[in-house]
Design a protein around this ligand. Structure first.
Ligand code: B3K
Ligand code: ZN
Length: 855
């Protein structure tokens, strides 16, 4: 299939003055009557997208068209001779109960729901399914009243009543013009949680969250996060909510996290429902950020949308930046920055370094669903952050205000976004556009002598991009002496290939702290030595760099260990390990740092991160290196861990706030290290914690530690956990996940058995991700087993998923992108798997990903 090209963009040749959708909802045969008021803007036929639906009739101004008056293919309805101004009526039929793609209109848990972004609306009716065609929608829904008491769509409800045959109807109007990807419809029976919010101009907005019967109390936290997000967007960005009501619906079967449909957000229930006993602190944190993210889209995405899907980062990068800033304000900026960068490095840097590398604004795609990537989202957010760093907070806000004022109600481009900042601040940002156009992670080389430092940037070729140009890079730095900083924080902007700046103090015994707050998304090539990192770990005033110095030391250790394990040598890291652990101990015992920061300092780099620093490496050796390091840290901190664990015991009622979560994080990190080093108290403490836990963070952490310790108590604990939580699908996902990430005693057979478990549901993306996704991403020992059984299992699961849900299958297959970093034997094994996928007649989604990974 021919890829879609950015350079091919042409505006649509009609405008849609209004759209009416009339749904006659029936589980197996839903009829949709679509009425379009159109006016012509340019010549040519009217092309409408449609997929997997049956056309019943088309009429123009009341005249039913004969079959010869239109062309119909698998993907398009083409109308010739459309008058300049007319009303087109299209009647279609679809089968929501058989829709396993979870795109368009489908049934989940006996309810109707929709997912239209990016190209799902075409599975509902024939329509110009592209983000630059905006219209006002009126939606009428008719359905059985007892089975579907709630009938919801975007906007405000303007009418409702009874219909013949035990049915009822509701009419919804959304006054804000929108593209069809923001359309949503939900029908079913729900428990509801209601609240309200008074906006900055004094408007009272009712807020409703719709969940499974009995789940309403578990939506309290999401509701609270929603109200905090609404207030925050007013104060931080001056953005007020616009419709008369705001609704969120939770569904169990969902392809990704959540969706920002205008006034009617739809959420994967895993990102909405939480209470202390059943949800971890990480779940609470994610819920807070995703609720905010979807709400923030109301301005960055909905009021101003994208001209075409190449501009996806316009809404996603900006909105991720906004949710990161929100979380930083709610939970502490330093810790938030560390977590965001850790995720960026683990996922986006890996993507940028491999066969799937693409620019933040790509110039071509086969399936747009495959481009909801870490690069578009997370690197996209980093670009906005750099813009803010370069401009300063005040000018950044001026540019945002200008963007919202001048482009409201339009479908915009990245150029228009950047031009807003140029216009509002009178600056030339043309070079900044390169960040959107060039794929790959730049390397920032740092070379100093006693009186100056030279920064040099370079960027390796990526697929399809051979030569690269220098990009504007804000570099925050500071000079640190043995008793602390000897300069103020500085900022240098590197525009060209290289720049040399004088150091403020010409002192021999100083260390440079470079890229404070991770001021640009780059890798650093530094000449700092172990002693420098130890100094930064102890005394860098910038929390991010203090944490990062520890990560650098750990990564060096792990890389050395991996090399030693690969070649069967005894690792010789005594001195480095001793120094690293004493710096860790100093951090742990210091009263100056909070528990969240300490827990992050204790957590070591992932196998993925180690592989990034090496060539042709054995991933199971890297995994053994991580185990070895944990054990060594646990041994050397033996005297500290137990008192720390005991000191951090919770008392009082559960709270999901950052301080309480930090206490649990550090407590459980010490338990995990005791477990890794087989501390005699580890097993009894973990068992006691598991049995007595009153919150899921403690219960699950104890279960993970037990499962790493092995032995009979693991099976007993897993069964106990299952019986206790059998009726909560989100917790049963965790039960599958724990097993997917553990060295199973029966190897791959145990994993296959889990796919036959009565609670396993291969149609439910959450469950498949819990078992299959976690296996591939977080079980290096078994997934990368040199006998190839891990890969065989994974490929079979991908192909099975592909037969129903190509989007989720393609996303799973992304786990194979790591192959160029692996040893020759595994490279060959994975290439065979990818060739088998390509030979199996995969969907277009899967074929694009597998084909690109294979190269
Ligand atoms: N905009 C949606 C993502 C849709 C993914 C489509 N494959 C959620 C979000 O980013 O907020
Ligand atoms: Zn988003």
């Amino acid at each position: 299939p021919r890829p879609t090209l950015l350079s091919d963009y042409t505006p649509y040749n009609f405008s849609l003055d209004s759209v009416t959708l009339d749904f006659d909802l029936r589980v197996e045969a839903t009829q949709v009557t679509t009425t379009l008021s159109v006016s012509r803007k340019a010549g040519g036929p009217m092309r409408l997208n449609g997929e997997g639906i049956t056309l019943k009739s088309v009429s123009i101004d009341g005249q039913i068209l004969a079959r010869k008056d239109y062309q119909l293919t698998q993907t398009e309805l083409v109308l010739d001779n459309v008058p300049d101004n007319c009303v087109i009526e299209i009647i279609t039929q679809c089968n929501p109960s058989q829709n396993a793609t979870l795109m368009g209109l489908y049934v989940s848990g006996g309810r109707f729901c929709t997912q239209c972004e990016a190209e799902g609306f075409r599975r509902i009716t024939y329509y110009p399914d592209r983000p630059d065609v905006l219209s006002v929608f009126t939606v009428k829904i008719t359905a059985d009243k007892s089975k579907f008491p709630y009938l919801l769509a975007n906007g405000n409800m303007t009418d409702n009543g009874e219909a013949p045959g035990g049915r009822h109807f509701a009419v919804w109007e959304d006054p804000f013009p929108k593209p069809c990807y923001l359309f949503a419809l939900v029908a079913g029976d729900f428990d509801i949680l209601e609240d309200s919010f008074t906006t900055m101009s004094g408007r009272d907005i009712p807020l409703t969250i719709y969940v499974d019967r009995g789940d309403a109390p578990r939506a309290d936290y999401a509701m609270d996060a929603l109200k905090r997000s609404m207030r925050w967007d007013e104060t931080a960005f001056g953005r007020e909510y616009d419709l008369d009501r705001f609704m969120i619906v939770a569904v169990r079967d969902f392809n990704f996290g959540a969706m920002e449909n205008k006034g009617l957000n739809i959420f994967n229930s895993s990102l909405l429902l939480a209470d202390g006993p059943s949800a971890t602190d990480m779940n609470f944190e994610r819920i807070e950020s995703v609720v905010a993210h979807e709400y923030f889209h109301n301005w960055t995405g909905n009021r101003i949308t994208c001209r075409d899907w190449f501009q996806l980062c316009l809404k996603e990068g900006f909105t991720v930046f906004r949710d990161q800033e929100f979380s930083a304000d709610q939970r502490g900026a330093a810790v938030q920055r560390i977590k965001d960068v850790r995720a960026l490095r683990a996922r986006q840097f890996a993507e940028d370094a491999g066969p799937l590398a693409h620019p933040v604004r790509p110039s071509q795609y086969e399936k747009i669903d495959n481009f909801y990537t870490a690069t578009i989202y997370e690197k996209g957010a980093e670009l906005i952050r750099m813009l803010k760093t370069l401009l300063g907070a005040d000018d950044f806000r001026k540019g945002c205000d200008y963007y919202f004022e001048t482009l409201d109600g339009t479908a915009a481009t990245v150029e228009q976004f950047i031009e807003s900042f140029e216009a509002a601040t009178d600056r030339d940002l043309s070079q900044f556009m390169l960040w959107y156009e060039q794929a790959g992670t730049p390397v920032l080389d740092v070379k100093r002598d006693s009186s100056s430092v030279t920064f040099t940037q370079s960027l390796r070729a990526t697929p399809g991009q051979k030569t690269k140009r220098p990009m504007p890079m804000p570099i925050k730095w500071q000079v640190i002496g043995k008793d602390g900083p000897v300069s103020d924080p500085q900022m240098t902007v590197l525009n060209g290939a290289s720049i040399t700046v004088d150091l403020p103090n010409d002192r021999p015994d100083t260390t440079l702290s470079v890229l404070q707050d991770f001021s640009s998304p780059v890798r650093i090539n530094s000449r700092n030595e172990t002693g420098d990192y130890l100094r930064l770990m102890g005394g860098d005033p910038n929390s991010f760099n203090r944490w990062d110095a520890g990560q650098t030391l750990a990564t060096k250790l792990l890389s050395t260990l991996t090399g030693a394990i690969e070649s069967g040598r005894m690792p010789r890291v005594d001195t480095a390990l001793r120094d690293y652990v004493s710096a860790l101990r100093a951090t742990l015992l210091s009263p100056d740092f909070d528990n969240n920061f300490k827990a992050l300092t204790l957590s070591s780099p992932s196998v993925m991160t180690i592989l990034q620093t090496r060539k042709a490496s054995d991933p199971t050796a890297a995994a053994l290196a991580v185990d070895w390091l944990h054990r060594a840290i646990g041994d050397r901190l033996r005297g500290d861990l137990l008192p720390l664990y005991n000191d951090l015991q919770d008392s009082g009622p559960f709270s999901p706030d950052a301080a309480a979560a930090g206490r649990r994080a550090l407590k459980n990190a010490s338990l995990a290290l005791m477990g890794a080093s087989f501390h005699p108290q580890a097993a009894p403490l973990a068992l006691e914690q598991f049995n007595d836990a009153t919150n899921m963070t403690d219960e699950l952490s104890a279960l993970v530690t037990l499962s790493q310790l092995g032995g009979r108590r693991v099976d007993q604990s897993l069964s106990r956990f299952y019986e206790k939580w059998e009726h909560n699908p989100l917790v049963i996902d965790k039960w599958f996940a724990v097993q997917a990430m553990r060295k199973l005693p029966g190897g791959i057979h145990d994993l296959s058995d889990l796919t036959e478990h009565s609670a396993y549901d291969r149609r439910n993306p959450n469950r498949v991700r819990a078992l299959v996704g976690n296996f591939a991403m977080s079980n290096p020992h078994m997934f990368h087993n040199i006998d190839g059984t891990g890969y065989d299992f994974f490929t079979a699961q991908i192909l099975d998923m592909d037969s129903r849900n190509p989007q989720v299958a393609a996303r799973l297959a992304g786990a194979y992108e790591i192959w160029p970093k692996l040893d020759k034997a595994r490279q060959a094994l994975i290439q065979d798997q990818l060739r088998a996928i390509m030979a199996a007649g995969p969907s277009q989604n899967l074929s694009e990903i597998a084909g690109k990974i294979l190269g």
